[in-house]
Structure formats: C-alpha cells, structure tokens
Design a protein around this ligand. Structure first.
Ligand code: URA
Length: 206
C-alpha cells in the first residue's frame, strides 16, 4: 500500500534527496533495484509540473518511451495529449509518470515485486508534487494506487479519496486505442478532471 487511509505515504525514508528534484532525478535514473533494468534501455522518469498538484500515473514505459526516455510519448501518449488538449488541460501543467520506470519485457504487467522495488521513486515524486488529485490510468495503476478491489470498467470516473487526496481512475489511453467506443466515457472523466484542475489552481493561486 502506497498511501494510508489518510492519504499519507506509508514510508518516509526513501534514500532520495527531498530538496532538489534534479539531484533526485539523476539518482533515480541510475536505479538498478530490480531486474527490469537489465532488459530495458533506460530508466524513464516522470515529467511535468512540480507545482500544479496533479499527477497522471500510468503503468510502465512502452517501447517508444523506453527508446526516448520520456513517459507517454508513443501512440497511447499521443492520444493522451489529444484528450488533454481537448479538455483544455496543458500537459506542461500536470506531472505524468508511471508506477514502474523501466519497461517490462513485451509490455507485460509489472509484478508486485517490481512495483514495490520502484515505489521509493514514485513516492519521492509524490513528495515533491504533493498532489491533491491523482489520475490513475488503467487498471494496474488504479488497483495499486487506490485499492486492489477497483474494477476499472465499473469504477472509472468515480472519485475516491484518502483523507484530502482525491483519485479519479480512468481508462488507459492504450485501451482506448483498441476500444474507440470508450472515448465518450473518458471524455466525461476528463471534464471532471478539468474542473478539479481549475479548482486546485484557484485554491492554491497557481
Ligand atoms: N503506457 C504507460 O502506462 N506508460 C507510458 O509511459 C506509456 C504507455
């Protein structure tokens, strides 16, 4: 479990610097904590705004991300960009990352041990951003971040909260590429997300 019921991170000693994001990033890029690093090209760190208090979290890098060293830059990423643009949310004003930072072979789901090994990096990203809203993309991220009972087809678009940290799970853009008819419900989700973005900006004067 990453968060307790109050929305606080479950561990606080991560061995990563917590006052200099660039130093943290450089250190995380050298991570070899699990065996995914031996089959991927490079560690793919999250990117985006450290100030806007909103995170989008996917599962793990795919082939394009592995090659380019950036999250969500392949076909699914381009679809995500389009949806963000239509919802009037600037990619630069959110922080996008993944549960695991190294590409799992053949794009398989990351294992529990791999997610656990990578959690100090994700937790440190969360510490820097101090999000008020997290958007888990797809089933793996939703179950890991919210609760293992979450069923993405039934539960997407619902708000969940742990203390004053809110989650809005939605379909992974890679799933949308295969299921065009799910774009409509996702559009509804992004309207909710946009409202939350506006509210956060207003509350925190961003
Ligand atoms: N799928 C993910 O979950 N993350 C990426 O960065 C790309 C595709």
């Amino acid at each position: 479990m990453l968060f307790n019921q109050n929305g606080q991170l479950t561990e606080t000693m991560f061995n990563y610097p917590e006052n200099d994001y660039e130093v943290f990033r450089e250190k995380a890029l050298k991570c070899e904590r699990c065996n995914l690093r031996s089959t991927c090209t490079q560690v793919v760190m999250g990117e985006g705004s450290l100030d806007h208090k909103i995170m989008f979290i996917g599962e793990g890098p795919g082939a394009s991300e592995d090659k380019k060293g950036r999250p969500f830059v392949g076909r699914a990423g381009r679809l995500l960009d389009k949806i963000l643009q239509s919802a009037n949310i600037k990619r630069n004003n959110i922080y996008i990352t993944n549960i695991v930072k190294c590409r799992p072979p053949e794009n398989r789901n990351p294992t529990d041990n791999e997610m656990k090994a990578c959690s100090p990096i994700l937790k440190t990203e969360i510490k820097y951003i101090n999000p008020k809203v997290i958007v888990p993309l797809g089933s793996v991220a939703s179950r890991y971040l919210i609760d293992s009972s979450v069923k993405i087809t039934k539960d997407r678009g619902k708000w969940y909260n742990k203390g004053d940290l809110y989650f809005l799970p939605t379909f992974h853009p890679a799933y949308l590429l295969r299921n065009e008819n799910m774009k409509k419900p996702v559009w509804k989700d992004f309207k909710k997300i946009k409202k939350a973005v506006d509210r956060i900006e207003e509350l925190y004067n961003i």
